[in-house]
Design a protein around this ligand. Structure first.
Ligand code: ZN
Length: 476
């Protein structure tokens, strides 16, 4: 996900067109239920929610600035009361209650919840990062919960370290399509409704759970090893076909550079509404109609959200403090795709953004940004620059071996910055998969480099560009 300060400013001061026009609306979901049933299959990760994370003890880490997000966790599951009371406040005008054609009924299985029946009318939460969680569209609904919106629609201890598997079943009025996490296993019809059941997911963070309801058509993106499907409102077909015409190439590039795609398939939901930002979820991403404009204007963000499937969704942070491991990596993936697709090279992107950052305030460490700056664009860019500086230092072969080892060793797990530093140190000491560090590059040197980029507030200089950088990365 990509959030910026301007997101909130835009939202409050300059409402997009969709907020001003009359809209057909969904009635609130009729209920939020815990299904009784089969034995629960998620792994019991709960104890880490209530104990200090032992891996936070990175001696290089500065004292954490405890912010609202940190203090807010863990949360006790809501019981028989629907969404948390703090979400029941005044909603933006565009979400004013109105009658509409659909009434989705949401049923979830979640091991942490226990066997309880829950009822409620999900609404977005208005928190420090803007509106998050369950959100109505003009003719449908979506869930975009990063970082703390999951409790708007199901009971959970909402912390990124608490992964569990999920099975999701959603009942809507028959014309509507549902896209949620996990492979779709069946759609059954009863009277005027359809129920969509999705198979068990890989271990998933609470904030990555999603349900999308809308009048969507299926658009297969053919040619890739991994099945990729766009779910698109009919008015967006032409734009989606154009802007996603090279999506399979993006995924293929990332598989070469980052390792195998970590999920069974990938889906893109393109809503009929405009959205302020695209949103990554587990095994899928959500875009507004404005993000697929038929001219490829948002190509880099489409690549960014895809990269989160490796960095953020499979390899997830153990605490939000380490968010650069999501956003810095996804931002660098944008630059890699830019180069592959014939745009500016990753090195040029890096140097342009370095020059821009040099003119901005340098007042926080990206290894511990605090809750107010965790989605600051400077963190995204400096995180990507950190990776580029590392690449320039250890060389392409070892750099991409580090990335592939990272996604393999921590597949479907949780990580902290110290884990990445340990891997880099190991790579520079003994090499990885037979690839060693260049002469003169030691673990101590790499450690010093990461100290400067991750811990210092002042922006370091980028290493000099080697005489030859591969034009096409990860091939051969
Ligand atoms: Zn992102």
């Amino acid at each position: 996900m990509r959030r910026t300060r301007s997101r909130r400013t835009h939202h409050r001061g300059h409402p997009p067109e969709r907020e001003r026009r009359p809209a057909r609306r969904l009635r609130p979901p009729a209920g939020l239920h815990r299904l009784p049933g089969r034995p629960l299959r998620s792994r019991p990760a709960l104890p880490r929610a209530v104990q200090p994370d032992p891996r936070r003890g990175d001696p290089r880490r500065r004292p954490a600035r405890r912010g609202r997000l940190d203090r807010a966790r863990p949360r006790a599951p809501a019981r028989d009361e629907g969404p948390r009371r703090r979400h029941a406040g005044q909603l933006p005008e565009r979400r004013a209650q109105a009658q509409g054609p659909a009434r989705p009924v949401v049923r979830r299985r979640h091991r942490a919840a226990g066997r309880r029946r829950l009822r409620g009318h999900p609404k977005p939460a208005q928190g420090p990062c803007g509106d998050v969680g369950w959100e109505e569209l003009t003719d449908g609904a979506l869930v975009a919960a990063q970082p703390d919106g999951a409790p708007t629609w199901f009971p959970c201890n909402d912390h990124p370290s608490l992964k569990a598997t999920y099975e999701i079943a959603v009942t809507t009025e028959a014309p509507y399509t549902v896209v949620a996490n996990g492979p779709l296993v069946e759609v059954t019809r009863k009277a005027s409704t359809r129920t969509w059941r999705f198979a068990r997911t890989e271990p998933m963070c609470t904030y990555l759970a999603t349900v999308n309801v809308g009048m969507y058509d299926q658009l297969e993106l053919v040619g890739g090893r991994v099945r990729q499907t766009a779910w698109v409102a009919s008015a967006q077909h032409a734009n989606a076909r154009h802007d996603l015409s090279r999506h399979v190439d993006t995924l293929a590039l990332y598989e070469r550079q980052f390792g195998p795609y970590p999920f069974a398939n990938y889906r893109l939901v393109v809503t009929e509404d405009e959205l302020e930002i695209p949103l990554e979820s587990h095994g899928l991403s959500i875009f507004g109609r404005n993000h697929l404009d038929g001219e490829g204007s948002w190509d880099r963000l489409i690549a960014h959200e895809l990269a989160h499937q490796w960095f953020g969704n499979s390899v997830s942070v153990a605490a939000w403090q380490h968010i650069w491991l999501n956003e810095g990596f996804a931002c660098y993936a944008e630059w890699l795709w830019s180069e592959e697709s014939g745009g500016p090279s990753a090195d040029r992107c890096a140097r342009e953004h370095h020059a821009r950052l040099a003119g901005l305030e340098q007042d926080f460490s990206i290894a511990d940004p605090g809750p107010d700056l965790m989605f600051d664009d400077r963190l995204y860019k400096r995180g990507a620059l950190t990776l580029h500086a590392l690449r320039l230092t250890v060389g392409d072969d070892l750099f991409f071996e580090i990335l592939r080892t990272w996604t393999a060793e921590h597949r479907h797990g949780n990580v902290v910055t110290a884990d990445f530093r340990e891997l880099v140190s190991r790579a520079c000491t003994g090499g990885l998969a037979g690839v060693g560090a260049p002469e003169g590059v030691t673990a101590q040197a790499a450690d010093g480099l990461l100290d400067a980029w991750l811990l210092d507030e002042a922006l370091p200089e980028l290493p000099a560009k080697p005489s030859v950088l591969r034009r096409v990365l990860g091939r051969g």
